[in-house]
Ligand binder design. Structure first.
Ligand SMILES: [Zn+2]
Length: 374
């Protein structure tokens, strides 16, 4: 059976009511729940085909500050409405095709006080499987025997319902990071020295902690998260390499980490009960040694990048990125450049530009494993 196709989505303000409408080729099944901190409405559909421009959700009207859409799980598509203020669902229904309109999914919201929202949140929430708490001390994985191929996990940032940054011309960070990850994997495997795994190989959402767990379970020797974010100052350009630290090296790094750590929130994941683990970055003893290796790799990568392309003035920065938190896998986050800058956008979206990045990363990885005495 063909996937239902979405070919329109809009927000409208009607007096005290905010209406969200999706035009869709079939009457969809759906489930809805609310999340607080920040206020969100999450709508899950079966897998849909999204025939919408990348920036379709960057609109604000009434109670809705914008929305995100995309794949959440293999068989689930998700829409997350970001609310400007607490609002409750007044009505939700599907209209049959009429007068040239296709099926329409309609959701009406009314702004209410926080207590009403929290009340409604409990009414709308579907039963969720219990998340069992992870033990505080993470056992370190056994080192592998010598002679095995090194395992490198590449993590294309964002995905599915979380698009990441969107450039002026409509390019999405989640697509560029995936393209880059595939190209890097291909080039690295050619040499036959590495086993390369991707945290995702399709346009789907992966929680930050699941990316970290994937690296650990794969016994990765190195974890590389790829990003191409936006920054307020559109003139800023160049690559940056980030490693984990409790204290950020500068305000910009702190802001970026805070933004990246919101990925799960953007995707409408309920973080109630695990917020401590996710929001605070506490670094244990085992992690410190790993952090040294991460920093070593960053210091090898920076000169290779700067030989081939522009890098930021302080090209190695530190901050509390959740995705870099594996206690036993050296991890770096590479900001390939900024989608808010037109030169960087051009570089990252061109195969020749990405080839420079690929070249720099492989050179640094070769040197890292060549120099490392393990
Ligand atoms: Zn990003």
């Amino acid at each position: 059976m063909a996937q239902p196709e979405v070919h329109g989505a809009r927000i409208g303000e009607h007096g005290t009511r905010t209406r969200f409408v999706i035009d869709i080729s079939e009457a969809p099944k759906y489930s809805i729940f609310l999340l607080a901190n920040p206020y969100r409405v999450v709508i899950d559909f079966p897998k849909l085909r999204w025939n919408l421009p990348a920036n379709a959700g960057q609109k604000s009207d009434g109670a809705i500050g914008g929305f995100r859409f995309g794949q959440f799980k293999p068989q689930t598509s998700r829409v997350v409405l970001d609310l400007k203020a607490p609002a409750v669902i007044e009505k939700v229904f599907v209209l049959d095709p009429k007068e040239g309109y296709p099926y329409r999914f309609v959701l009406d919201l009314r702004t209410r006080e926080r207590s009403a929202f929290l009340n409604a949140m409990n009414t709308w929430r579907p039963p969720t499987p219990k998340v069992t708490a992870k033990p505080k001390v993470v056992p370190l994985l056994k080192p592998k025997s010598v002679g095995e191929r090194k395992v490198v996990v590449i993590d294309p940032g964002h995905g599915g319902v979380d698009p990441g940054a969107i450039s002026v011309s409509g390019l999405r960070e989640k697509d560029l990071t995936l393209t880059m990850a595939r190209e890097l994997k291909k080039a690295m495997e050619k040499a036959g020295r590495y086993k390369v795994l991707l945290t995702r190989n399709s346009d789907t959402f992966i929680r930050l902690r699941d990316r970290v767990e994937f690296a650990r379970e794969s016994h990765a020797d190195l974890f590389l998260s790829l990003h191409a974010d936006s920054i307020r100052n559109r003139k800023v350009r160049g690559a940056t390499v980030y490693t984990l630290s409790e204290r950020a090296s500068d305000k910009e790094a702190a802001e970026l980490a805070e933004h990246e750590n919101k990925s799960d929130i953007i995707a409408g994941v309920d973080l109630t009960g695990e917020s401590d683990e996710v929001t605070t970055i506490l670094i244990d003893l085992a992690q410190r040694e790993t952090m040294n290796f991460s920093a070593q790799f960053a210091q090898l990568l920076v000169p290779e990048l700067s030989k081939r392309m522009r890098v930021r003035t302080k090209p190695h920065r530190f901050a509390g990125f959740v995705v870099l938190k594996a206690p036993d896998v050296p991890s770096v986050l590479v900001e390939m450049g900024y989608l808010s800058n037109r030169y960087d956008e051009r570089l990252i979206s061109a195969p020749s530009g990405r080839a420079k990045l690929v070249g720099a990363i492989i050179k640094a990885i070769d040197r890292y494993f060549g120099d490392r005495k393990t």
